[in-house]
Design a protein around this ligand. Structure first.
Ligand SMILES: [Zn+2]
Length: 415
């Protein structure tokens, strides 16, 4: 491992407003070294062959180049071109060779790399906690939920402009369809599964594998109080059963929320919801998602369509579906599972189902195990909705520009 001397004694302050392009790589690289990521990868990728470039160093440097905004392997030059800053750095062909060797190592190599990354995370989080007292809380609509580790599962479509391996046509065009798990507290990827573009958005087996990998990626002390969310209409019996099983372990808490499909029974329940049972939703800043039209009537709580603009409401459908005239329509699902619906005025041009077009609202449904007995703001439907719906941030973190910012956030936490 080659460490350049100037890194010693380096201090990072959190008061900078921007990141100077590529100069930030030095800090990200120092972070990788300080938390033992580089050394761990070196051990994971150790070889009997005589190699000029340690493969752990090369892989750690590749990660740094990606965190710096690199999009293709040749962006690795950003590091290679600055030998006075970084010492001897591998060439782009060596980076490719390293990746080929790792691919050739199959699942065993992958397992060793994952273990090295998870070890580095354990050290990084321990350092963050020793410095700040705790990990950042989960931000929910302008409020913060402390003491809980939040995993967000997200099937994301990555658009490709060229014919890459696995890139296939999908509902957003052409590309890949990876399933990713992020830690919301640190805006950090925990686990992922590369999938071809045609992979379904709610393939239960994929969700189970990525969920287990994500929990395994957490330092053990942070697995005891979990919140897991999964967007899309991803609820399957297998996923809910697994989440329920994890939630039932003695000494552990797990609250989940998972997207749910709008089917015939849900439409019937929505139709039966009394007008006053729809409560106002809040946006990510915690502000009300509703305003009165200029020509609104004097009844501030009215249900006239012309009186409201940009509305969003939340309601719970559980009792309608569990104890309605048709009997328990959620039999076979855990008794702790509750079902919620959000309705929004559709954006112009939004694709609506016939039901939604007739009704004038766009609906999003999800199920959660958040107990009815939850006290305070977190028990209110608006916040149960907000806790389920902060995926915009997850998608931001996937973008290269976002990952640099998130690495710097981690750097500020740790160094
Ligand atoms: Zn009115």
């Amino acid at each position: 491992m080659n460490t350049t001397g100037w890194v010693k004694g380096l201090r990072v302050t959190g008061d900078g407003t921007g990141i100077v392009s590529h100069a930030g790589v030095a800090l990200i690289r120092a972070l990788a070294d300080n938390i033992g990521l580089t050394a761990g990868l070196s051990k994971a990728l150790a070889s009997d062959r005589l190699l000029v470039h340690d493969r752990g160093r090369v892989l750690a440097d590749l990660a740094c180049a990606i965190a710096d905004g690199g999009e293709v392997i040749s962006d690795f030059r950003v590091i290679g071109d600055q030998q006075e800053l970084f010492g001897l750095v591998a060439s782009v062909p060596t980076a490719w060779r390293t990746l080929d060797e790792i691919a050739g190592g199959g699942q065993r190599a992958l397992g060793r790399i994952t273990a090295a990354v998870n070890d580095a995370r354990r050290r990084a989080w321990a350092a963050a906690v020793s410095r700040h007292g705790a990990l950042p809380g989960v931000r929910i609509a302008g409020k913060t939920l402390d003491g809980v580790t939040c995993i967000r599962l997200d099937a994301s479509v990555v658009t490709c402009h060229s014919d890459k391996e696995g890139a296939e046509p999908n509902f957003k065009g052409f590309g890949l369809h990876p399933l990713l798990a992020y830690c919301d507290n640190t805006a950090e990827p925990l686990a992922g599964m590369l999938r071809p573009g045609s992979a379904g958005s709610n393939t239960a087996a994929d969700h189970l594998a990525v969920l287990d990998a994500a929990i395994g990626a957490l330092p053990p002390a942070f697995r005891r109080r979990l919140m897991v969310t999964c967007d899309g209409a991803g609820a399957s019996h297998d996923l809910i059963a697994r989440l329920d099983e994890l939630a039932c372990r003695r000494g552990y808490q797990l609250i989940y929320s998972v997207g749910w499909e709008l089917g015939a029974r849900e439409r019937a329940a929505i139709t039966a919801v009394p007008a006053q049972a729809w409560q106002i939703a809040v946006d990510p800043r915690g502000e009300i998602r509703e305003r009165r039209a200029d020509q609104a009537c004097s009844d501030l709580g009215c249900g006239h369509r012309r009186c409201w603009i940009e509305e969003a409401h939340v309601t719970e459908l559980t009792s309608l579906l569990r104890a309605g005239p048709a009997g328990d329509q959620l039999a076979g699902w855990p008794a702790t599972m509750r079902i919620f619906a959000r309705r929004e005025r559709p954006h112009p041009g939004a694709q609506l189902t016939l039901f939604e077009a007739g009704d004038g609202w766009r609906y999003t449904l999800w199920v959660t195990s958040r107990p009815v007995s939850t006290r305070g703001w977190l028990g209110q439907p608006a916040y149960i909705d907000a806790a389920h719906r902060v995926h915009a941030r997850v998608e931001d973190a996937i973008l290269p520009q976002g990952s640099s910012a998130c690495c710097m956030t981690l750097g500020e936490l740790v160094m």
